[in-house]
Design a protein around this ligand. Structure first.
Ligand SMILES: O=C(O)CCC(=O)C(=O)O
Length: 252
C-alpha cells in the first residue's frame, strides 16, 4: 500500500480498487454467476410479501469453484498483508439485491470492547476486513454500499434510531471494482433501482480468530487442493489460537 492509500484507508475506513478483476476474467465469472442469479430469482419469487428483496448464498467458495481464486486475488494481497495480522479467510457469500433489497446500518465497532476493535498502533489492524466485488456496474441508487466514513474509530457508540443519515456516503461501483472496508465502519445498502445488484463478498480476520460459521474444517477441501506455499493455502488454513497452522508465504 502506498502512504496515500494507507492514510486514506485509515481516515475513511474503506478504499475502492478500480478494475480489480480484469475484463476477460469478469466475463468468465459472470457466465458462471448467471446460473446463481437464475436460482436466486426463483428463491426471490418464493419470498413472502414484505421480505427483504435480497437473496444471498453463504459459504459460496465451497459451492462455486470458480469463485475460489478470488479469495487470494493478487490485487488484494498487499492490502491484506498490510492491514490484517496473519490473515485468514473468514466468510464468503454471493448476494443479489432487487429493488428494495437492503442491508440495515450496522458495524462491529464498539469503543468499549478492546478485542472487538479496529485499531491503529503504528499499523492498521482489523478484526474484520470485508472485500466486496461488484460483478455488474452499481449505479447511484443501485444498492452501492453506503458508508459513514471514520465511524470505525468513533469514540462514542452510534446512537440508536434515525438522525445520522446525512453522514452516509454512497459508493457506486463499476463491474470488476473491489471495495475494501473495515467492518467496524458503519455501513448499509439499499437498491432503489430496477437493476439487480450482483456482488461477491470475502471477509478476512486475523489468524487468531476462529470461523464464526462452519467450524474449523470449513475450508479443508480448498486448503488440500491449493498449491503448496500459495496464498490461497495460507488464507484457508485452520485457526489454532496464536499458533500458525501453515507458514505465511513470502510477501506478495
Ligand atoms: O451487501 C451489502 O450491501 C452489505 C454487506 C454487509 O453489510 C457486510 O458485508 O457486512
Amino acid at each position: 500500500m502506498t502512504p496515500a492509500e494507507l492514510y486514506r484507508y485509515d481516515v475513511n475506513g474503506y478504499i475502492l480498487l478500480k478494475g480489480a478483476i480484469a475484463p476477460d476474467e469478469l466475463l468468465r465469472l459472470n457466465r458462471e454467476i448467471d446460473a446463481w442469479e437464475e436460482r436466486a430469482a426463483v428463491d426471490f419469487r418464493a419470498k413472502a410479501e414484505g421480505e427483504n428483496a435480497e437473496v444471498r448464498y453463504d459459504d459460496i467458495v465451497n459451492q462455486e469453484p470458480n469463485l475460489v481464486d478470488l479469495a487470494a486475488h493478487p490485487v488484494l494481497l498487499p492490502y491484506l498483508v498490510e492491514m490484517v495480522e496473519r490473515p485468514r479467510l473468514k466468510s464468503t457469500w454471493i448476494a443479489f439485491k432487487w429493488r428494495g433489497g437492503e442491508t440495515k446500518l450496522h458495524s462491529n465497532h464498539t469503543p468499549s470492547i478492546t478485542h472487538n476493535f479496529y485499531h491503529f498502533n503504528g499499523q492498521i489492524r482489523h478484526n474484520l476486513l470485508n472485500v466486496m466485488y461488484a460483478m455488474h456496474d452499481i449505479a447511484p441508487g443501485g444498492g452501492g454500499l453506503q458508508v459513514m466514513p471514520g465511524t470505525h474509530k468513533a469514540n462514542y457508540p452510534r446512537p440508536p434510531g434515525d438522525g445520522l443519515e446525512d453522514m452516509l456516503v454512497e459508493l457506486p461501483m463499476q463491474a470488476g471494482d473491489a471495495l475494501l472496508f473495515s467492518h467496524d465502519m458503519a455501513h448499509c445498502s439499499r437498491n432503489a433501482s430496477d437493476a439487480v445488484r450482483r456482488t461477491v463478498m470475502y471477509t478476512y480476520c486475523p489468524g487468531v480468530i476462529a470461523n464464526s460459521f462452519g467450524g474449523d474444517r470449513l475450508y479443508d477441501e480448498i486448503f488440500a487442493a491449493a498449491p503448496e506455499d500459495s496464498w490461497l493455502k495460507y488464507l484457508t488454513r485452520r485457526a489454532n489460537g496464536f499458533k500458525e497452522t501453515y507458514p505465511q508465504p513470502a510477501h506478495p
